[in-house]
Design a protein around this ligand. Structure first.
Ligand code: HEC
Length: 140
């Protein structure tokens, strides 16, 4: 007679199965998506020209290498990357809310690094302001 599997064994199977399911979703997530709540985040430096100027310095220091000087996703290190950096001038990109862009900069999505440990929240908002200056430059 076969012994019935103990509840510990059954529980382990359930845990392993759930974990592999969750990991599978992460591995195959192709899109860089921010949680819905980020739409409600308030940009404390909205439409501030001085914030955009401060953001430009940060962008040049940390982002241009991949996203390019004009934000078109054509930085010098693009060739070696598994994914192409997003074109920050595109309409599809620009139509996202400030909160979503803020969250994406903070959290990254490989090969894009996360910046929440490197930059203060206010600096990330400044970069968001600078990125907004790329709107409508895609055809220029
Ligand atoms: C190592 C190269 C690299 C660096 C450095 C980098 N990025 Fe990215 N970035 C990427 C790649 C690649 C993606 C696309 C990731 C994806 O789709 O999963 C991306 C995506 C993004 C997105 C999301 C676009 C979208 O809506 O899906 C934002 C916003 C962004 N980067 C901003 C920045 C900012 C701001 C900096 C500097 C503080 C920066 N990135 C630095 C490579 C980089």
């Amino acid at each position: 007679m076969l012994k019935r599997p103990s509840s510990t064994v059954l529980l382990s199977i359930v845990i392993v199965a759930s974990l592999s399911f969750i990991c599978n979703i992460n591995i195959h997530a192709q899109k860089f998506v921010a949680p819905v709540w980020t739409d409600t985040l308030k940009n404390p430096v909205r439409n501030s020209a001085s914030a955009a100027t401060a953001g430009k310095k940060i962008y040049v220091q940390y982002c241009v290498i991949c996203h390019g000087e004009k934000g078109k996703g054509d930085g010098v290190s693009v060739a070696g990357l598994a994914k192409k950096p997003t074109d920050h001038t595109s309409e599809a990109f620009q139509k996202q809310s400030d909160g979503v862009i803020f969250w994406k900069i903070g959290n990254g999505s490989s090969p894009m690094p996360m910046f929440k440990a490197t930059l203060k929240p206010i600096q990330i908002w400044e970069v968001v302001e600078y990125i907004r200056t790329f709107a409508n430059t895609s055809k220029k």
